[in-house]
Design a protein around this ligand. Sequence first.
Ligand SMILES: [Zn+2]
Ligand SMILES: [Zn+2]
Length: 278
Amino acid sequence: MMLPGIHASVSGGLNRALEVLGSSGLPCGQIFTSNQRRWKGREVKEREKEEFSRTPISVISHTSYLINLASFRNEVRERSFLALSEELLRMHQLGIHWTVLHPGAHLGEGDATGIRAVAAAVRSILQDAPPDTGVLYENTAGQGTVVGRSFEQLSDLMDGTGIPGRTGICLDTCHAFAAGYDLSTRNGVDMVMEEFDSVVGSSRIRAFHMNDCLGTCGSHLDRHARLGGGLLGLDPLRYLASLEDFDGIPGIVETPGTDGDRVADALALTAGEGVSRG
Ligand SMILES: [Zn+2]
Ligand SMILES: [Zn+2]
């Protein structure tokens, strides 16, 4: 069984997110360590380091939405370098090992160029970053010129970056479905995950984003829905969460609404043992 978790709001501070996770009984969670819509990074406070060093909850972070390493255009690239480097430093201070990164948009330069740009940047950033930190590439819905929409592209990103112990994949179910991977049935889950295994390798998945999806399969629309409120439905997501291959892997819910709504979704994902392998 995956470990259920939520993306917890940090609007009340990083420690508030730990309280929400702790009081809901969830074993893991995801946070932004800094404002996700600003370039300027936030400093980690002493009492946050203390709380994070004490917590039994396994926490991953999500990088800023502004970061785009898939373009060679200089200004955004330089800012993105700095923002990801600072993210990895804050993670080290908080004892967080993994951050989820959107690979980025090539803005017309082409997929192969975009993937090469991301992989080269992440490789260089990781080499200078604290060794206890790593980057998880998140698959995308394939909107616009974003890369990371297919399993082949994820594999190219991983291979291009190298440093396999410090890179991995965060597989988002909504993005995969919107990108054309039909996860709306148990059979579909089996077939898609088999394909992932043969193209990328299941063991490279270190986290899931377990989201239902408002857009149709192949629509490239990145619109998350509450679990059971979209076109995937709760049953295939529960089935995916129950697969032995992903025992102990965080399954983070990033659905709309409040932290409380996401907690309810995360608990629904793994509630009971009654998910039969149909
Ligand atoms: Zn996601
Ligand atoms: Zn999304």
